[in-house]
Design a protein around this ligand. Sequence first.
Ligand code: NAD
Length: 345
Amino acid sequence: MKTVIKGKVRLAIIGAGGISRVHADGVLAHADTIACTALCDIDGERLQARSAQFGGVPALYRDWRRMLAQGGDAFDAVAICLPHHLHAPAILDVAAAGKHILCEKPMCLSLSEADRIAAAVKRTGITYMSAHNQLFMPAVQEAKRMIEAGELGRIRWLRSQDCFQASVAGFRGTWRSKRKYQGGGELIDTGYHPTYRLLHLAGAPVVGVRGSMGRYLQEIEGEDSASVQVRFANGAIGEILTSWAYGNPYGTHQIHVVGDKAEVFGSGNELNVLPAGYSQPAVKRFSDVPTFTRQMGCFADCLRSGTRPPHSFEEGRAVLAVILAAAEDARGWQKLVAKKGLPSF
Ligand SMILES: NC(=O)c1ccc[n+]([C@@H]2O[C@H](COP(=O)([O-])OP(=O)(O)OC[C@H]3O[C@@H](n4cnc5c(N)ncnc54)[C@H](O)[C@@H]3O)[C@@H](O)[C@H]2O)c1
């Protein structure tokens, strides 16, 4: 039986950098159900800037362990917005303190960390929500609804992608440029989104993964582009394409699902529906959804009602398993091309 929070959820945020701004927007948009009562960052300027966004947060810390030890009475839950290598240590500390968790992607960097997190969440009975914000995209939600309602028939093929040309200076020398902090390259970062979307839409266990990677533009240790093929237990074949070196290839979509009755494809607020045998799709348009705001509202609602978040540590582990398997497979390709004297990275 989950603990249900009566009244407003009191939230601490660890990591006051880039993404914490939209987590804060989400808290402010749901002021009736959640409030930020503590903030932590090693960088004093970022701490002050994020505190100012809230009009002043009562408790500011430079060390999350101190925050948990001394300030724990002031909050029920923690949003973790840290560089990737710090996710597992922070999750384990926060869980040990009995606080609920909303953690940015990826959950952690290895399956052994994922197993320790799973054990800690089960032992402590806290609620763990994976911050998979793109589950709240209208195109993804409508595609999932249609798949579950059987409107596409048997799913045969799926594709999920996220490609853009990112600024080289934006990553140079940052934690994202080092494998030991990032946990890999682009796939474990931006590529995490198309991966959880693919698994969510397929709705079946993964039985095999193939991966191929390249680095074309970014000055980072890992790949800046990845292509992944996923075989699902229901027979469907899935593809992921993701890049920081080039934009979405012309004519492609964030998601595309082909079933034997119909196919759907689209991005963001738009989903096209093409029944089998037709040549013109019907377009469904939805109003804009600020996905991070929706995510924060959902987290607060889960804690106040005792319900399971849409994605918890099980889904976080499944996504990571695909990414790690793709990276492992890609290493085989890299060895092969290096042996032939062809360009690798
Ligand atoms: N969902 C999305 O679309 C999305 C987009 C961007 C980032 N993210 C994720 O958000 C997380 C953070 O990314 P970001 O872009 O905000 O990074 P960032 O570098 O802008 O912010 C990280 C913050 O953590 C702080 N920090 C580092 N070590 C710390 C420590 N020991 N204790 C306390 N604070 C510490 C840094 O000072 C910095 O302010 C990552 O997991 C990233 O993948 C998600």
